[in-house]
Design a protein around this ligand. Structure first.
Ligand SMILES: N[C@@H](CCC(=O)N[C@@H](CS)C(=O)NCC(=O)O)C(=O)O
Length: 241
């Protein structure tokens, strides 16, 4: 099975949550948006989203294609991939728990995005700087620690050699929390330096994930894209109060 990932080129963005699961499991996949121009490249994602013959059009990437199954939304894609890649336990209650945690990360990601785009994605950051400064201040003072303390609390119940978010084994949600914390360290280095000592289990999870065989190799490969100011996690020093 060769999976096809449709996501905007040149940035980790929300596509990275899917890449990490595929990479961790050593799955065969094509990152369509980052193919060379000759191979279809950047325009392929837009073409795919707007194809007139799609019976079920999708609103926004990431979109994953697995033969004739086409899925959008990070949490939905991971709920599909988790069992197939061995990245979630088998029982229904654990799968629903994993999906709930992933949806909390979806909410967290939306709030992180809104620190630099509080008025919406159709305006440039430069057109909403003042509102962004207010929004980011509240995010840094209240929301950042509230979300991280929540995950710390979940990890306090972790069994096994974790810390793990779901039961006593590594899961796709661990990979996504790794990505969120890594992105936050890039976007808000000062705020994270203050909060991280208070969430040692979260930090330990990030460390554990970064040392997993396939992930460690992926992180130093060309497939791992750098954070930048086009993506979800952006570093604007003025927002990192
Ligand atoms: N809830 C969706 C959000 C998808 C999303 O916001 N995608 C962004 C890129 S990261 C996009 O292209 N949005 C286009 C738009 O909102 O108009 C998910 O979790 O995948």
């Amino acid at each position: 099975m060769r999976y096809e990932l449709y996501y905007w080129p040149g940035m980790p963005g929300r596509g990275e949550f899917i890449r990490l699961a595929l990479e961790d499991a050593g799955a065969d996949y094509v990152d369509i948006g980052n193919l060379s121009e000759r191979q279809g490249g950047a325009g392929a994602v837009s073409e795919f989203l707007h194809a007139a013959d799609l019976a079920r059009p999708h609103f926004a990437p990431p979109v994953l294609k697995a033969d004739d199954i086409v899925i959008s939304h990070v949490a939905n894609i991971l709920a599909f991939l988790g069992p197939r890649l061995g990245l979630v336990p088998e029982d229904e209650s654990s799968r629903l728990w994993a999906n709930g945690l992933q949806l909390t990360l979806t909410d967290f990601a939306a709030e992180i995005h809104d620190t630099h785009h509080p008025l919406g994605p159709s305006l440039y950051y430069e057109e909403q700087r003042e509102t962004a400064a207010k929004r980011a201040r509240i995010f840094v003072q209240e929301r950042l620690s509230k979300f991280l303390y929540y995950f710390e609390r979940v990890l306090a119940t972790s069994a096994g050699n974790g810390p793990y978010l779901v039961g006593s084994a590594h899961s796709y949600v661990d990979l996504s929390l790794f990505q969120v914390v890594t992105g936050l360290r890039y976007a808000f280095p000062q705020a994270m330096a203050r909060v991280e000592p208070e969430v040692p289990a979260v930090t330990a999870l990030v460390d554990r994930v970064s040392h997993r065989g396939n992930i460690a190799q992926y992180l130093v490969s060309k497939r791992r894209l750098d954070f930048n100011e086009s993506g979800l996690f952006r570093h604007y020093p003025e927002l990192d109060g």
